[in-house]
Write a protein that binds this ligand. Structure first.
Ligand code: F0G
Length: 415
């Protein structure tokens, strides 16, 4: 499952090529835009002549990891280098050996999508495309608008009408994307934008695009390096929210590459543990049922709108990752997500609801005894609190109106 070894094919460009994860077909990476295998429709993955070791990483941010990427630089705002927070009260409350929170909300547009977008836009430049597009539950659209705009390219985003948090729509709008609100959910938006891409109308920058995941791999490298620097060992488990399952697939790829180069032992690979909202949990269903892919949920609902997804396109990449690392997947309720959002906020870590799903999932799996108290755990929080101000306000304390005057304020406080 961890094996990536393969001889360099003729189609490689600069030591990089694309391979179909199902039939093994190999494709040139930068001749024309390609998102799926032309033979069998399987997902594509970037492959390299050489895989990285920790010693090769130097510099800052996503591009510190250029030894594991197809290029040495790209449009950068800059992204990466996010904090690995200590959360001492949560750590003792959840009773694990250690708990750290990797806060991806600290990226330039407030989510981990920036890591994929710096790569994706670099590839778009290589392919010389003019219009970039994505379907989005919000964060991808904000990142695409910012990075595409910075590169001087036209950006088009398709959003599920009425189901995207206010901060994200505002970002996409101000960074200059053309926003189309579709009367359907995220999965319908992705169907449409995939059709547009197939017809050559736009370059697709959803996580179906294998290069987006190359950028997101760097989350895995950063976690391993930072955790090792602090504790002298690697974490046992990484718990993360799952929507399209791109991040799960990307982390698994980061670990496979380090195993391939000999930098990481197989038994050191952290257990990938995915968390979904109960109202949108096709990955949890697939893991529980032992399937190799998800079955599409036509109807999905959760307050964590970022992960309101019924057809995770990267499931065939992510499911083997969860299984091979000994991880699992769990569904949590919206109430559990809000509780976790409050617990994180009490430690000073402000996240949007989807992000808090990771901590909610950890709590549930600790309660069920699936995660043990000897474990070193990292929870990934994927987006910033301000992305969804309405959810934050609803979960937080009520403002109290007071009269205009110090005595009245003191009366109110002692009342
Ligand atoms: N957390 C947040 C805050 C997200 O925005 C997303 C996905 C995820 C988790 C799930 O990540 O898809 O890699 O499993 N947001 C996408 C978007 C779908 O359009 O912004 P995944």
């Amino acid at each position: 499952m961890f094996d990536l070894a393969t001889a360099t094919p003729d189609c490689a460009d600069g030591g990089v090529w694309l391979a179909c994860i199902d039939c093994g077909q190999r494709l040139a990476p930068f001749d024309i835009p390609v998102y799926r295998c032309p033979d069998c429709d399987g997902l594509l993955e970037a492959r390299y002549e050489q895989y990285p070791t920790f010693e090769e990483f130097s510099g800052r941010g996503v591009w510190r990891y250029d030894a594991a990427l197809p290029f040495e630089s790209g449009v950068s705002l800059p992204e990466g280098d996010t904090p690995l927070h200590e959360v001492p009260r949560l750590e003792s409350d959840l009773d694990v050996r250690s708990l750290r929170v990797k806060h991806e909300g600290m990226n330039p547009t407030g989510s981990f999508k920036d890591r994929g977008m710096t790569l994706g836009v670099r590839v778009a430049e290589e392919l010389d495309v003019s219009r970039l597009a994505c379907a989005s539950t919000g964060n991808t659209s904000a990142a695409l608008a910012a990075y595409g705009g910075r590169a001087g390219l036209e950006t088009l985003v398709l959003l599920p009408a009425g189901k995207v948090a206010a901060g994200k729509v505002a970002q996409a709008a101000l960074h200059g994307a053309r926003i189309l609100e579709v009367d359907g959910n995220f999965d319908a938006c992705l169907d449409i934008v995939s059709d547009l891409a197939e017809r050559g109308e736009a370059y697709l920058l959803n996580s179906l695009n294998p290069f987006r995941l190359e950028g997101q791999k760097t989350i895995g490298f950063e976690i391993l390096e930072a955790f090792r620097d602090d504790y002298g060992r690697f974490p046992d488990r990484i718990v993360l929210p799952v929507g399209n399952a791109g991040n799960t697939a990307a982390l698994y790829k980061a670990f496979r590459e380090l195993v391939q180069s000999g930098a990481l032992a197989e038994e050191e690979v952290p257990m990938l543990t995915g968390v979904q909202a109960e109202g949108a949990a096709p990955m949890v269903e697939a893991i529980e049922e032992g399937w190799d892919d998800t079955e599409r949920w036509e109807s999905v609902e959760t307050r964590a709108t970022a992960i309101r997804i019924g057809n995770p396109v990267n499931a065939p990449k992510a499911i083997p990752g969860i299984r091979a690392t000994g991880g699992t997947a769990v569904a949590v309720s919206d109430a559990e997500i809000t509780d976790a959002q409050r617990s994180l906020a009490a430690e000073g870590v402000g996240v949007e609801p989807a992000s808090a799903a990771s901590v909610a999932g950890l709590r549930k799996l600790r309660d069920e005894g699936v995660i043990e108290s000897e474990e070193d755990v990292v929870c990934l929080t994927t987006g910033h609190l301000l992305k969804d101000p309405d959810a934050a306000a609803a979960a937080g304390s009520e403002p109290e109106p007071v009269p205009n005057g110090t005595e009245a304020v003191l009366d109110h406080l002692s009342g």
